[in-house]
Design a protein. Structure first.
Length: 71
């Protein structure tokens, strides 16, 4: 199996996708809020907060997984 398909590499790509989706949602949030939909913007921001909180845990887990695989 090539290295780009190993579990840590696949999980890291999923993590990068999560960050990209978070950025895209933030852009949409700003657009929605500029058009007066503060309630919708607030709901999206709540979801973005969960994504942000989870991103830190995912990053730490990836670092640990990589260190286990290299050791």
């Amino acid at each position: 199996m090539t290295e780009k398909y190993l579990l840590p590499e696949v999980l890291e790509r999923i993590y990068h996708n999560q960050l990209a989706l978070e950025a895209a949602l933030m852009e949409l949030t700003l657009w929605v809020e500029q058009r007066g939909s503060d309630e919708v913007g607030g709901n999206i921001r709540g979801a973005l907060e969960a994504i942000g909180d989870n991103a830190g845990h995912i990053k730490q887990g990836l670092a640990r997984l990589k260190s286990l695989n290299s050791g």
